[in-house]
Design a protein around this ligand. Structure first.
Ligand code: SF4
Ligand code: SF4
Length: 301
């Protein structure tokens, strides 16, 4: 797809990636861009607007964002969720997730910003990596998703657009190391996009609980996986089980594949339906208990 204007009134587009919570559509430059499109941008300590984009924003946290940040901060999932997140909805869907809890100051600063920059820079969330390039998606009249494209966000306060450094979109995304985040979140994004594309599709309370808990708390998922019932329900072989026990990243990828499977039936799990139902019920009960604790904590703050 070549570059073309986003003028066509019949064209419905959605911002597809994590940037959507961070920006207002009015700051999207009205052009379709491809990975080969070029743009000028540079962000560096010393630029006049340095850290101005790190306050008053809404940052939805993807599963891999949470994984990286909680490890960076040396927290358990529950500690991280309690101290650093607030509940948020994914726009255009009934899916609940968590977002970064901003400071309670006048400009709602990010808790990780200092005058010297981001204190978690190498583990910053995907939203911060994508900026100012987002990914969009055409929606067809049928409601099905169509072509992907990229968009550029140009906010008045961001002086990076006045710099001479030129990139292709592909180079920019590589530089920001967003590929690994895209890969890790792939199954999760597939669920989110399908939910958004389907519009007001009704998910059961159970599906929503499962989505929330698997999206936010791998420790809870872990408690469920290493039980005889789950292993039997999903016919997990000993080699896979060993890999999941030894490597938390493998467990994260597995959890999101599983979530996609139980949400939309997509994937290649083999299941024993009866045992699977009981395993799901157990996870939901745990999820409800964790959310009750988080709500109580939020009320105490
Ligand atoms: S995580 Fe870092 S880059 Fe992202 S908003 Fe906070 S301080 Fe800025
Ligand atoms: S406003 Fe733009 S140029 Fe300035 S620090 Fe943020 S991303 Fe970088």
């Amino acid at each position: 797809m070549g570059e073309k204007k986003l003028k066509d009134k019949a064209a419905v587009y959605e911002i597809k990636d994590a940037l959507e919570g961070r920006i207002n559509k009015s700051v999207v430059v009205p052009e379709f861009l491809t990975a080969a499109s070029r743009f000028r941008f540079k962000c560096y300590p010393g630029i006049g607007c340095f850290t101005k984009c790190c306050s008053g924003i809404r940052i939805i946290l993807s599963p891999y964002d949470i994984f990286r940040l909680k490890n960076r901060l040396g927290k358990t999932y529950l500690e991280f969720l309690t101290e650093h997140t607030v509940p948020m909805m994914i726009e255009g869907s009934s899916l609940e997730v968590v977002g970064l809890r901003m400071k309670d100051d006048a400009i709602r600063s990010c808790p990780f910003v200092t005058p010297e920059g981001c204190t978690v820079y190498t583990d910053r969330p995907l939203t911060c990596r994508y900026y100012p390039i987002g990914m969009g998606m055409m929606k067809k009249d049928t409601g099905k998703s169509g072509e992907d494209f990229f968009i550029k966000v140009k906010e008045d306060h961001c002086l990076g657009h006045n710099e001479d450094k030129e990139w292709t979109i592909r180079e920019w995304r590589q530089d920001q190391e967003s590929d690994i985040y895209d890969e890790m979140n792939n199954d999760w994004m597939a669920i989110v996009l399908k939910a958004k594309t389907l519009g007001k599709v009704e998910f059961s309370k159970r599906s929503l609980e499962l989505f929330y808990i698997v999206s936010t708390n791998l420790d809870l998922f872990k408690d469920m996986v290493f039980t005889p019932k789950f292993i039997a329900a999903y016919q997990i072989d000993s080699e896979t089980l060993k890999k999941l026990a030894e490597d938390e990243l493998e467990l994260l990828k597995f959890s999101l594949k599983w979530l996609r499977f139980v949400t939309f039936g997509e994937g290649d799990f083999k299941v024993d339906q009866d045992v699977r139902q009981k395993a799901k019920e157990k996870l939901i009960a745990q999820a409800e208990e964790e959310r009750r604790k988080l709500r109580e904590q939020a009320m105490d703050d």
